[in-house]
Write a protein that binds this ligand. Structure first.
Ligand code: SAH
Ligand code: SF4
Ligand code: F3S
Length: 453
């Protein structure tokens, strides 16, 4: 008999991937995914701890799941509520104390143990599993027998972080850096291609620190990308998230040499001030970052960049903030994410002096965002009139519409027949907005017009 599995995912792409893996692990036990929690037999919140209010959000969502569990109980059926992910890892004991109806709390390194944990919980035991186990979960998670993830899909190749930026919880919630062995990744990529995936997005908290083993040798990310580019069904490769310190020469060269490696890179810099970068323990300077960008542009002139910025880190002066704005102007980004600094318990940043008032953080964030949005809009507008290959990876909101991505990772929507879903098609960009573009499929007729013009 089929059971219903509801998973709500917060946070980064790694969590999105993990949620898919949990569904793969649970499929042989008869659990089928459902979009709504009502009536579900197992409800999992896959949580994120990166910025504040994360825990409060989890508790308010838990409050909504509780009546669903109670309604099931009234019918004499058992529904389980689980908290997974980074909040579970960081605050497992707080969760079970405040919400005693939660059946299971488990961290990101334990998903391969789900069948056992469910057995325990169904037996009436409260399951708390926030250990970092010695064995790698990746060795025990399915790689071949996986559900289709669509035309564009994530593949985790690396997890955890040893960088210890002073603002960040990730080294504490995900543990030490670990790279999956090469063969395991190649097998999974092949299985994904067989299931209809053409674009593989390689994931890791520090993906370019990848150092996996193969036949007694250690491979870096550039070598792995070259091997993945040999797989027939895979037409596009991307990777995220990278650290400037780990952009080695081979990886920069790969952007010029490997045609399937898409001309887009998300490379978080956080700040344009060397003093703040030092306080953040980023281990790179602003000029080091500018230099990486310049070298990548030499290899691949059309490459587009995106980044992450933190506004109002402790000790940040107006001068530091101006240097961040200057770095943004110097680089010119196609996309960006910016966040107001949020002190996280347990990180070195939490006990640093020089914390800024909210009003200053807010104002600086607004200034960063205004400039970044201006750049993003300008970038999108500059594409109007161009023709680009677009991979249609999502269905549109209305029938007859497909959503896709350009090589530069810009989203766009097009009126297109559904049979083109999953295909890569030449599209002429006809309009651009803040967060995306609109286009038309290039037919021989429009090509002819363009040539004539
Ligand atoms: N591993 C990636 C991403 C980590 S989290 C990296 O090294 O860049 C994603 C982004 O969240 C970070 O790049 C940072 O900009 C932001 N972030 C992390 N901790 C934060 C905090 N305490 N306050 C505000 N933003 C934060
Ligand atoms: Fe966090 Fe820094 Fe590691 Fe990125 S590199 S995950 S920001 S500690
Ligand atoms: Fe959040 Fe954990 Fe990802 S804290 S950003 S879900 S690694």
């Amino acid at each position: 008999m089929s059971k219903k599995l509801y998973i709500k995912t917060y946070g980064c792409q790694m969590n999105v991937y993990d949620s898919k893996k949990m569904a793969d692990v649970l499929a042989p036990l008869g659990y089928a995914p459902t979009e709504e929690p009502d009536g579900a037999d197992l409800m999992i919140l896959n949580t994120c701890h990166i910025r504040e209010k994360a825990t409060e959000k989890v508790f308010s969502d838990l409050g909504r799941l509780r009546p669903i569990k109670e309604a099931k109980a009234e019918q004499g059926e058992k529904a389980l509520i689980a908290v997974a992910g980074c909040v579970a890892q960081a605050e497992g004991d707080v969760i079970t104390k405040r919400a005693n109806y939660v059946d299971m709390v488990f961290g990101p390194q334990t998903y391969h143990l789900l069948p056992e944990m469910i057995l325990q919980a169904n037996g009436g035991e409260r399951v708390i599993n926030t250990d970092f186990p010695v064995e790698s979960k990746f060795d025990l998670l399915p790689t071949g027998d996986i559900a289709s993830q669509g035309p564009s899909a994530f593949l985790s190749i690396q997890e955890g972080c040893d960088k210890f930026c002073t603002f960040c919880v990730v080294p504490y919630t995900r543990g030490a850096e670990y790279s999956r062995p090469v063969q395991q990744i190649i097998d999974e990529a092949r299985a994904m291609a067989d299931q209809g995936t053409s674009e593989v997005i390689l994931l890791g908290q520090n993906v370019n620190a990848y150092h996996g083993t193969h036949a007694g040798e250690t491979w870096d990310l550039a070598r792995l990308i070259s091997a993945l580019a040999e797989i027939g069904g895979i037409t596009r490769i991307r990777y995220m998230t990278s650290h400037p310190r780990d952009m080695n020469d081979d990886l920069i060269a790969a952007h010029g040499d490997v045609a399937k490696l898409m001309p887009f890179l998300h490379l978080p810099v956080q700040s344009g001030s060397d003093r703040i970068l030092e306080l953040m323990n980023r281990k790179h300077t602003a000029d080091h970052y500018r230099d990486i960008i310049a070298r990548l542009r030499q290899r691949r002139t059309d490459i587009a960049f995106s980044s992450d910025f933190i506004a109002g880190f402790s000790g940040e002066t107006e001068e530091d903030h101006q240097q961040t704005l200057q770095l943004i102007r110097d680089v010119g980004f196609a996309q960006c994410y910016s966040f107001k600094y949020s002190t996280r318990p347990g990180t070195p940043g939490a006990v640093m002096g020089g914390m800024l008032p909210e009003a200053i953080k807010d104002r600086r964030l607004q200034e960063l965002q205004a400039l970044l949005q201006e750049q993003q809009l300008a970038y999108n507008l500059a594409a109007v009139g161009q023709v680009m290959p677009v991979l249609f990876d999502r269905k549109g909101n209305r029938p007859g519409q497909l959503l896709g991505k350009t090589p530069y990772n810009t989203s766009l929507y097009v009126d297109a027949p559904e049979r083109l879903f999953g295909q890569t098609v030449d599209v002429q960009i006809t309009a651009a907005f803040q967060n995306g573009m609109r286009g038309e499929i290039v037919t021989t007729e429009t090509t002819a017009t363009r040539t004539a013009a």
